[in-house]
Ligand binder design. Structure first.
Ligand code: CMP
Length: 135
């Protein structure tokens, strides 16, 4: 069975949306395999999003992702990577389809409530970075 990673970002955690978001993914047939809440360090945020390190929004992304706690969730289901991205919706909450998590809860491009791995390879990398105990 395929696995993927969802991160519930600081904007959603601070608005008490952890339960709502977990309910949505459970209703979609995902099994929660592992889960961890953490205020991530700058180093971890930079490593997690290293694919974006040369983008002009990188520093803002890192500052935002370290502004409060996030919840990392490993989810299992058939076609998990693709299906979670459907459930999460477009990066821009204004473009996200109705009933997707970002349409329901996202505020802005940056404060878009959740992250979902975009491939099996990203899942392997991102879950290793997020669940590693070291700073
Ligand atoms: P996420 O799916 O977590 O992956 C990288 C994040 O960078 C993305 O969601 C957005 O929140 C953020 N991001 C991507 N592009 C931009 C942009 N042009 N301006 C601000 N934030 C961005």
């Amino acid at each position: 069975m395929e696995r993927t990673l969802m991160l519930i970002k600081p904007d959603a955690v601070s608005r008490h949306l952890i339960g709502e978001i977990l309910s949505i993914v459970e209703r979609e047939g995902f099994r929660i395999v592992d889960l961890k809440m953490e205020k991530i360090s700058k180093n971890k945020a930079k490593l997690f999003y290293s694919v974006h390190k040369d983008k002009d929004f990188f520093i803002h992304l890192v500052n935002y992702m370290t502004s409060g706690k996030s919840v990392g969730v490993i989810l299992e289901r058939e076609d998990a990577v693709h299906h979670l991205r459907e459930v999460v919706g477009d990066t821009d909450p204004e473009k996200a389809k109705e009933k997707t998590i970002r349409h329901l809860y996202g505020e802005t491009y940056r404060r878009n409530s959740v992250h979902a791995s975009d491939s099996k390879e990203s899942y392997a990398y991102e879950s290793r970075v997020f669940f590693k105990e070291t700073k």
